[in-house]
Design a protein around this ligand. Structure first.
Ligand code: ASP
Length: 316
């Protein structure tokens, strides 16, 4: 007889916990209306897979998630992982900013135990709600020994993605895409088809850290005004991620403001507007005082810079 692992389930709100007045209403719902007990009650089959210890951490629409919530979430997940009785953690989360929480957790949590985030595109009250199956599959992933040592994962609509590349790209049930590393076949079989992504050491944040330094993302469209930079720095930003066209091309009319900002000691990162875009180091970085985001999404580049500033040293 195989023993079921004990997993922690941490709920944070989102559409997966959303409730509407009617079963056919898939937009006019309130995210985060249902607690952990209601999510579990919708999937009694979970009991065959794992012993779940559930708790409600937040009841948020994830559009309202902030870096302070990331810190609190990381603190809680770490506490559960530190419990020798817990084999892994599943986090339910709104889809709008799920990729940011997943990336943050991936960078600050050490160890091999699986941490899996999931959510839903339809509220829990909808006909054919996708949350119960997504939750079931996420628990399957967290319970599977092959998920160990893969960092934080996103399990969504049958696909498993490493946190580093997961991105909400569509408004449909299969909302997340990226460099998928596996699938959940027939709802029950976890199949990895890519090796674990090499991970850098987790960032050790000061234990007393109450908030992360402010880093702003500025989306540069054709004709966007460079005085956005001054506005961000004037409002207290310690770092800026520019979300630039193509492979991180900076318009000529932004150069003066960027040079001035970087020279004043505010880190400026060049990221790409393109989905899957890569920004590599170029001579322009030396001239402007900028640095490239590499393969990081703009949101991940922002988190990386926040962590670097918080830790007080570059994260290699
Ligand atoms: N606004 C919702 C949220 O992010 C959307 C969702 O969960 O799909 O909480």
């Amino acid at each position: 007889m195989t023993t079921r692992p004990t997993l922690a389930l941490i709920t944070t709100g989102g559409t997966i916990a959303g409730a509407a007045a009617s079963k056919t209403d898939t937009t006019g719902y309130v995210a985060g209306s249902l607690g952990a007990a209601a999510l579990l009650a919708a999937v009694p089959e979970l009991g065959d897979v794992a012993e779940l210890q559930a708790e409600e951490l937040f009841a948020l629409d994830s559009k309202d998630m902030t870096p302070a919530h990331w810190l609190a979430l990381a603190h809680r997940v770490r506490a559960r992982l530190d419990d020798p009785a817990i084999a892994g953690v599943v986090v339910t989360h709104g889809t709008d900013t799920l990729e940011e929480s997943a990336y943050f957790l991936d960078r600050v949590l050490a160890g091999d135990k699986p941490v899996v985030l999931t959510g839903a595109m339809r509220p829990a009250t909808a006909l054919s709600a996708d949350g119960p199956m997504n939750l079931y599959e996420a628990v399957r992933v967290a319970a599977d020994p092959a998920s160990a040592g893969r960092g934080v994962l996103v399990a969504f609509a049958g696909t498993i993605l490493p946190a580093a590349s997961a991105r909400k790209q569509r408004g449909e049930l299969a909302a997340f895409a990226g460099d998928a590393c596996g699938r959940i076949e027939a709802a029950t079989t976890v199949r990895y088809f890519a090796p674990p992504v090499p991970r850098r050491p987790a960032v050790a944040l000061p234990a007393t850290l109450a908030e992360l330094p402010r880093v702003d993302l500025l989306y540069v469209a054709a004709g966007s005004a460079p005085d956005l930079l001054d506005a961000a720095v004037g409002a207290g930003a310690c770092g800026i991620v520019l979300v630039l066209p193509g492979n991180g091309s900076l318009p000529d009319y932004w150069e003066e403001a960027v040079v001035r900002t970087a020279a004043a000691g505010v880190a400026v990162v060049r990221a790409s507007r393109c989905v899957g875009g890569t920004v590599s180091a170029r001579s322009v970085d030396e001239r402007l005082g900028t640095r490239p985001a590499g393969r990081l999404t703009p949101a991940a580049a922002r988190i990386e810079l926040m962590l670097e500033l918080a830790a007080g040293a570059p994260q290699s």
